[in-house]
Write a protein that binds this ligand. Structure first.
Ligand code: HEC
Length: 720
């Protein structure tokens, strides 16, 4: 197919005018002109901004699909969400697939140039949001992670670079704990390049045995480890005294899984960190727990700490910092301030001075409720930014409960009254604690997009309360005794699994897999590993599973004849005594509908010069749940926005399977396209041969289990 651009009448004059403005910025370095998309989320500052304006308010309704690339690499298997944000170098587009293959495509046509399967036939678990590019002279490399390895490929051929690490790859699980084989480190978001270094975070387990989430830099030429920043400080390091003595030897997490941003001129990298493990219980980590939930600013060349800002002290809610901070320049009282804006799951937006980490708008420490779990010491205060106002609801009352039917409302009312709920930062409790927002945000990994021309930030947000139910493993073990192994397994399943996987193991596709016929597709070890460690919105049951391994297998594999085994009740479940058995499950009514009134997802535009909202709209719609006479419901959403000089905010992200463009000044919907599945990804905006394209990853559907990449442009109908 040939790309032929349509350009008619008055649009031409408008475009010529804008191109004058564009050329006047051309003296700025490459990364500041915002015409390329060479780095995850657009540029090193994660602005998600494009100065391209060929597609604009006047013509966006004529957008057409320019190409579709279907990797067809799923092999019929279940593929998790496809969250890649592709990068474009010259005329090539580089992307991962949901199945973790890497592809180089002709960015104008979507034709494949090369592919590489880092997993060598093995399917790979988790999410890959993209790759990183580096060049020096003729040496051009694509860096990616898959499983516990970092790979360097020749960007021209897709072949591994032999003198990088061991034949093109480096192990990532060494140097983090005493035993690499017991450490699980799988980065989900791509690293960022500074000179010859790739700075990389990781996804680690959320359970008691997690690896520490140290941030590391690898030499891109050799694969050697260049520096390590300890996110859980060791003796003599800043923050060591915010933990019990020697905690660094046993506590993990505080990892960077959402990506990071880089200020090239200052040589500083800004790293958002997650909560320490275990997410919901901190008996073995009493203290403020630096650098958990911090934005840390490091010297990119050395990994030396410059400043830190902690957004949650002693996190008990899994309020990880989910996305790279967006680097912004704003104006206050006639003074320009280089700052960063950090989105959170709690719904607060922290705006911090880039040089010092000082808040640009005031932040107050305010008292929050105490924990009632034995031994737990919730931190007595939490930082509350006074501006901008939170972009997600942080409070709910009985009047916010939905009433799809009187019974469903009664169910919610009963649940609302029986759980512990005293507002934001109510600690998880044995009665169940309502978390508003839940651990999926507020914001997720899509982060925010920033328009440097206007100082306005665009961000999408979820409204998805959850209940955290803390259960003592020891108590449970002594309760669930008697009967055959199958029966005890059945009880275990009913108590902890049925709410998600269903009373008949039928699941809730596409989000929660059916467990019927499990015996045929997973081994006993795989199943037990999955239950113990969780992952991908499946909670980890670690200590709760101990002593019940045979029983849950007997039940799931339908082994009714399994002999009764004697139960060994562990005397001391240790610090892992409590587990949140309902982690990640939404607060829903008896029929599975949302328990909080809409909107369930929003798109927000905030002027960061003033901290005031420009607009806020529901993002997405569920017509089946819409009440007569009411507006769009909004939808749970994953994946970020991109904003352009053409006056548009592009975003997919919603469950209603739409890709949309809004007017960036007003929030008015200007264009939408229906997709075969949700586009849970951030778009990439670029130009090839004078034609602007907008590419986005679309998740798997029944017809297309791999998911696909598609690009839109203003083109003549090709009649393809
Ligand atoms: C809060 C919801 C939730 C609860 C509770 C839950 N799971 Fe899951 N489970 C999930 C999700 C979501 C996945 C899919 C994760 C993914 O995409 O890989 C999953 C995946 C699995 C898988 C892998 C299946 C496959 O086909 O890949 C197994 C086995 C499993 N769960 C067993 C259990 C058992 C046993 C329990 C109870 C001890 C349990 N789960 C409790 C949400 C849950």
């Amino acid at each position: 197919m040939k790309l032929t651009f349509i350009l008619r009448g008055p649009i031409l004059g408008y475009m010529l005018l804008l191109s004058v403005i564009f050329f006047s910025t051309c003296s700025a370095p490459d990364w500041q002109t915002y015409t390329k998309w060479q780095i995850y989320r657009g540029d090193a500052g994660s602005t998600g901004y494009s100065s391209l304006d060929q597609i604009n308010r006047e013509n966006v309704d004529q957008l057409k699909v320019a190409w579709i690339f279907d990797p067809q690499d799923a092999d019929g298997a279940r593929v998790p969400k496809y969250e890649c944000n592709p990068i474009i170098i010259g005329d090539r587009l580089f992307a991962t697939s949901a199945r973790h293959w890497v592809y180089a495509l002709d960015a104008g046509t979507g034709k494949m140039i090369w592919s590489y399967n880092p997993r060598d036939g093995d399917m790979g678990v988790g999410i890959k949001r993209g790759v990183t590019y580096w060049e020096k002279g003729d040496d051009r490399r694509i860096l990616l992670t898959a499983g516990e390895y970092l790979y360097a490929l020749n960007a021209d051929s897709g072949k591994p670079i032999n003198d990088f690490g061991e034949r093109g790859r480096v192990r990532l699980d060494t140097g983090l704990g005493p035993d690499p084989d017991s450490v699980w480190v799988i980065p989900t978001s791509p690293g960022i390049v500074f000179e010859d270094l790739l700075i990389l975070g990781s996804e680690v387990s959320e359970l008691y045995d997690a690896a520490p989430g140290h941030v590391r830099a690898f030499n891109i030429l050799t694969g050697e480890l260049a520096w390590t920043f300890h996110t859980i400080p060791q003796p003599g390091e800043t923050g060591y005294d915010t933990w019990p003595e020697d905690a660094w030897k046993s506590v993990g997490g505080a990892n960077n899984w959402g990506g990071m941003s880089l200020d090239q001129q200052r040589g500083m990298v800004f790293v958002p960190l997650g909560s320490p493990s275990y997410d919901y219980y901190g008996l073995n980590r009493i203290g403020m727990n630096l650098f958990g939930n911090c934005v840390v600013a490091l010297e990119a060349a050395t990994g030396k700490l410059v400043w830190y800002f902690q957004t949650v002290h002693h996190d008990l809610w899994d309020y990880d910092l989910p996305a790279p901070p967006t680097l912004i320049t704003i104006e206050q009282d006639g003074k320009k301030i280089d700052a960063l804006a950090q989105t959170t799951k709690s719904g607060f937006l922290f705006v911090l001075d880039r040089e010092t980490g000082e808040p640009v708008f005031p932040v107050e420490e305010r008292p929050v409720p105490a924990s009632r779990i034995p031994g737990e010491q919730a931190w007595p205060t939490q930082p509350i930014p006074l501006k901008p106002a939170p972009y997600a609801r942080q409070k709910m009352s009985e009047s916010d409960l939905t009433a799809f039917s009187p019974e469903d409302h009664q169910f919610l009312l009963r649940r609302f009254r029986e759980v512990r709920y005293e507002g934001l930062y109510t600690p998880p409790d044995s009665l169940g604690t309502l978390m508003v927002p839940g651990s999926r945000g507020g914001s997720e990994w899509g982060g925010s997009a920033f328009d440097p021309e206007t100082g306005v930030i665009y961000l999408n947000s979820n409204e998805s309360p959850e209940i955290a139910s803390m259960i003592s493993a020891r108590k449970q073990q002594s309760k669930n005794q008697g009967g055959s192994a199958y029966k005890r397994g059945n009880r275990f399943y009913t108590n902890y699994c049925a709410t998600c996987h269903g009373s008949e193991l039928e699941g809730f596709e596409p989000n929660i897999p059916s467990l019927q016929g499990l015996k045929g597709r997973m081994t006993k070890e795989e199943v037990l590993g999955r239950i113990a460690n969780g992952g991908n919105k499946m909670p980890a049951f670690g200590p709760l599973l101990e002593g019940f391994e045979d029983e849950i297998i007997a039940f799931l594999f339908d082994l009714k004849e399994q002999a009764t085994t004697k139960q060994a009740v562990k005397k001391d479940a240790g610090p892992g005594g409590y587990v949140n058995t309902t982690a990640y499950s939404f607060f829903r009514d008896g029929s599975g509908r949302p328990g909080i009134k809409p909107p369930w997802g929003t798109l927000n535009a905030i002027d960061l010069n003033t901290g005031d909202y420009l607009w806020k709209i529901p993002l997405g719609n569920h017509p089946e749940w819409q009440q007569p006479g009411e507006g769009a419901t909004g939808s749970e959403n994953y994946g970020g926005a991109a904003v352009t000089a053409g006056g548009l905010v592009f975003i997919g992200a919603t469950r209603d399977k739409k890709f949309r463009a809004f007017d960036k000044d007003t929030g008015a919907l200007l264009w939408e396209d229906s997709l075969p599945a949700g586009a849970y990804a951030t778009p990439a905006i670029y130009e090839i041969d004078g034609i602007q394209l907008v590419a986005i990853a679309v998740s798997s559907s029944d017809e297309n289990p791999s998911g696909h990449l598609r690009a839109y442009a203003l083109i003549e109908d090709s009649g393809q």
